[in-house]
Design a protein around this ligand. Structure first.
Ligand code: AMP
Length: 226
C-alpha cells in the first residue's frame, strides 16, 4: 500500500491538492476533518467526543484520531494506496502512524508539505465557504461560486464552517502550527519530506507535487555522492 501524507496548515490547500492527487493517482483520499464531520453528523460516540474540540478549533485527542484512521486503513478501498489529509497533525500521531503502517508492511512514502504564510492562511480561511454535500471549497473573493450560496459542482448549499469564523481561525492556527512543525521535523528526519510553495496557482502546486512524487527524496543520511 502506497502512503502519502499531506502536511500543511488549515487553509494551505492540502485538501484541494489531496483530492486532485487521489483522482490522478487512483488512490483513496482520507481527510481526518471530513471523517470527524461525518461522525458528528451521524452522532456517533467518536463524533460526540470530537465535536467538543472541533468547535473550539482545538485538536481532537491523539488516541481518538489514531483509532479512527487505523480502522480506515483496513478497509478494502485503502488497498490501492491512501493520501492522508489532516493526519498526522502531531508528532505522536506521526509515530503512531509509522507503527500502524509497519504492522501492514507499509510506510509513509512521501510527506507533502504545502507551505503558505500565516497572514495568507487567515485571509483564505475566514473567506472560505464549503458545500453541504461534499465540502467543495469556495472563497468569497478569490473563488466565488457562479450562483451565490450554491455549489457549482453539486448544487448543494454553501455554508461557513463553525471553525472558519474569523475569531476561531486565529485560535486554530495558534494551536495547530507548532505541532505541525513537529510533524515536518519528523518527516525531514526520515528524509521523506517534500516542500512546495502553496501560494502558487492550484495547477502549479499539483505539478510540483507530482514531480516530487515521481522523483522521491533519498532516505535521510545518504549523500548525493554516495
Ligand atoms: P480540518 O478539516 O482538517 O481542518 O479538521 C477540522 C477539525 O477536526 C480540526 O480543527 C480538529 O479539531 C479536528 N481534527 C482533524 N484532524 C485531526 C487530527 N489529525 N488530530 C486532531 N484533530 C483533528
Amino acid at each position: 500500500m502506497k502512503v502519502y501524507v499531506m502536511v500543511g496548515a488549515p487553509g494551505a490547500g492540502k485538501g484541494t491538492q489531496a483530492a486532485i492527487l487521489a483522482e490522478q493517482l487512483g488512490m483513496r483520499h482520507l481527510a481526518s476533518g471530513d471523517l470527524f464531520r461525518e461522525a458528528v453528523r451521524e452522532g456517533t460516540p467518536v463524533g460526540l467526543e470530537a465535536k467538543r474540540y472541533m468547535d473550539r478549533g482545538a485538536l481532537v485527542p491523539d488516541p481518538v484520531v489514531i483509532a479512527m484512521i487505523e480502522e480506515r486503513l483496513d478497509r478494502q478501498d485503502a488497498a490501492a494506496g491512501v493520501i492522508l489529509d489532516g493526519f498526522p497533525r502531531t508528532r505522536p500521531q506521526a509515530e503512531a502512524l509509522a507503527v500502524a503502517l509497519a504492522r501492514r508492511e507499509a510506510q509513509v512514502d512521501a510527506a507533502l508539505y504545502v507551505g503558505v504564510p500565516e497572514d495568507e492562511l487567515v485571509r483564505r480561511l475566514s473567506g472560505r465557504w464549503v458545500c453541504r454535500a461534499s465540502g467543495h471549497p469556495y472563497h468569497v473573493v478569490s473563488k466565488p461560486p457562479l450562483v451565490t450560496g450554491i455549489c457549482d459542482i453539486d448544487g448543494s448549499e454553501l455554508y461557513q464552517r463553525e471553525d472558519d469564523r474569523p475569531e476561531t481561525v486565529r485560535a486554530r492556527l495558534e494551536q495547530q502550527l507548532a505541532p505541525m512543525y513537529d510533524v515536518i521535523d519528523h518527516y525531514t528526519e526520515l528524509g521523506v519530506l517534500v516542500a512546495v510553495d502553496g501560494t502558487q496557482p492550484i495547477a502549479a502546486v499539483t505539478e510540483a507535487l507530482l514531480r516530487a512524487i515521481a522523483h522521491p527524496a533519498r532516505p535521510a543520511g545518504r549523500s548525493e555522492a554516495a
